[in-house]
Design a protein around this ligand. Structure first.
Ligand SMILES: C[S@@+](CC[C@H](N)C(=O)[O-])C[C@H]1O[C@@H](n2cnc3c(N)ncnc32)[C@H](O)[C@@H]1O
Length: 287
């Protein structure tokens, strides 16, 4: 059997089993390619010409075993492999933190925030950092910056520290325990936040895969806005005068607009839609 045939087989099996995607991949084909390449220990950017080589019986079995585990356990593939990728950067991941997939990574990579940043900016905060992916991406995008990475989960912060060290950023990215802004320190030019924002109704309908992620990372209360209310209230005290807040709200735009009807926001376009990541200035928060 060739890797291409294995990928086709796995893709069909994943589809037939009705597994859920959205935690690193968006389709059965992508998930199958990731699964097979991982099992074969081949890089994700493997030349597609080599997918027609024959694989050994042992390698084929390794891929089929991983496929069976993925289907039977409904564990997200990233937890089974211990690795997730965001904007081409690799992160350690395990069940102590959300699997990195924030759309804020896109706006950092595409430079969508840059026109809003004071050129003298030096300090950023990744509030609700989880496994630290956004803090790491910020530090890689802005090599002179100091980035604080705060979270209420000591478990998630342990993963963040692994990722900070994996990318050699210990001198510029600092993971610290904090409930909201409780232990935030100083004024930030940029605050990014991918908070728990899933509303109660959506929480009750989550596919099995998402139940493997920490509830604390997902659940935002009845309308998804529990954490965001406090965030918007307290953020100005931790922002420089021309500081900005970049906030992910996923599919919660209706709840957001109901909760904050007169707040002036700028929508940052992403591959998942135009109303899932918002930019808010300090001035808008104060007015
Ligand atoms: C949606 S996850 C985002 C994780 C990471 N930023 C990412 O994009 O992958 C939300 C994170 O918020 C954290 N969190 C929940 N309540 C918090 C609070 N009151 N203060 C700080 N962090 C909190 C959770 O532990 C979780 O890591």
């Amino acid at each position: 059997m060739t890797p291409a045939e294995l990928i086709r087989h796995c893709s069909q099996a994943l589809t037939q089993a009705g597994v859920a995607f959205g935690q690193g991949t968006l389709s059965a084909n992508d998930e199958a390619a990731w699964l097979v390449l991982w099992a074969l220990k081949w890089p994700l950017d493997t030349d597609t010409d080599t997918l027609t080589f024959q694989v050994s019986g042992q390698d084929k079995q390794a891929a089929l075993d991983l496929l069976a585990k993925r289907i039977e356990s409904r564990q997200p593939l990233a937890y089974l492999t211990g690795e997730a990728w965001l904007q081409g950067i690799s992160f350690h991941v395990d069940e102590r933190c959300l699997i990195p997939r924030s759309l804020i990574a896109e706006v950092i990579a595409h430079g969508s925030i840059d026109p809003w940043l004071n050129p003298d900016s030096t300090h950023a905060l990744d509030l609700c950092t989880g496994g630290g992916s956004l803090a790491v991406l910020l530090a890689l995008a802005y090599p002179q910056w100091h980035v604080d990475a705060l979270d209420i989960s000591a478990d998630a912060l342990a993963v963040a520290q692994i990722n900070i060290e994996r990318h050699g950023l210990q001198d510029r990215v600092f993971a610290k325990w904090s409930d909201g802004f409780l232990h935030a320190d100083g004024k930030y030019d940029l605050i990014v936040c991918n908070p728990p924002y899933v509303n109660a109704q959506s929480m009750s309908a989550l596919p099995a895969e998402f139940l493997h992620e920490p509830e604390l990372a997902l659940s935002g209360g009845k309308d998804g806005m529990d954490f965001i209310r406090g965030l918007l209230q307290h953020a100005p005290a931790f922002m420089t005068d021309d500081g900005i807040l970049v906030l992910e709200i996923g599919h919660e735009i209706e709840h957001f607009c109901t909760a904050f009807p007169s707040l002036e926001v700028t929508y940052l376009s992403t591959s998942a839609g135009d109303e899932q990541v918002l930019l808010i200035t300090k001035q808008a928060l104060l007015s």
